[in-house]
Design a protein around this ligand. Structure first.
Ligand code: MG
Length: 252
């Protein structure tokens, strides 16, 4: 009889605990949820460019950013944006002078540095120019499939696709040409890398200057796609700009 009473008491106690937990989650679950919520706000702020000049991903957001980048959401976001771009492309009537152009950035737009940044804790580690150069010199950046699909459609449709990158022409020119080619980026109009005269310029100034030259040559820039705000700011931005996600680093 005593045994039965003890069991009943235990069951009632457990029921009360579980009701209490339903109302007030355990402290650990709250911490995890608050952290994810904070990191989501952080990423949102980064993508909306409300946090210009940030240098590293906050350490507590490493699991969140890793999950975002390799867990499928990043790829879905890229596919979604590529669809948005293509619905805009469909409405453009091309002229027959061959001067309808699109500008695409290269790093983390056409080809991915995700493998490299995995080793840099998805941007929690500070920028390492030597390390990045060594990675780029391997020429093994894989294509970003959503952008490769977009690239092919643009070329097929008759647009002149101009790839514009801040990569150094002298040291990374050939390897970048080869990397783009081996990943299927074939048929672009021009690949423009940073030449000696543009060394030391910020990305906005450098890319604006190049776009100005292109417009002066007669190109109509219908769209401009990049993973950095500095790809899309400044002068001669293009008729529409499309920001691709990149919560791992910021290029001023
Ligand atoms: Mg880029």
């Amino acid at each position: 009889m005593r045994g039965v009473r003890e069991v009943v008491v235990q069951v009632v106690f457990l029921a009360i605990c579980s009701m209490a937990n339903a109302i007030k989650p355990c402290p650990r679950a709250t911490v995890v949820r608050d952290e994810v919520s904070y990191c989501l706000s952080w990423r949102m702020s980064v993508e909306a460019n409300n946090m210009a000049g940030w240098r590293t991903v906050p350490m507590q957001c490493l699991p969140y950013i890793e999950g975002y980048m390799i867990g499928g959401q990043y790829d879905r976001d890229m596919d979604f944006i590529a669809d948005q771009i293509l619905s805009y492309v469909k409405g453009i009537v091309l002229s027959d002078d061959g001067m309808d152009a699109w500008i695409l950035d290269v790093d983390d737009t056409c080809i991915s540095n995700l493998f490299y940044y995995k080793g840099k804790r998805f941007g929690c580690d500070p920028y390492d120019p030597k390390g990045f150069k060594a990675w780029a010199l391997k020429g093994g950046c894989p294509a970003i499939s959503a952008v490769l699909g977009l690239f092919d459609k643009l070329v097929e449709s008759g647009f002149k696709v101009i790839l514009l990158t801040g990569r150094d022409e002298e040291t990374l020119g050939q390897v970048t040409i080869d990397n783009l080619h081996n990943q299927g980026f074939i048929g672009y109009e021009r690949l423009i890398l940073r030449s000696a005269e543009h060394k030391g310029q910020g990305a906005i100034q450098y890319k604006s200057g190049i776009r100005k030259q292109l417009v002066e040559e007669g190109y109509r820039i219908w769209g401009n796609v990049g993973d950095q705000w500095s790809d899309l700011q400044g002068d001669y931005k293009g008729n529409r700009t499309f920001k691709l996600p990149n919560p791992m680093y910021f290029v001023p």
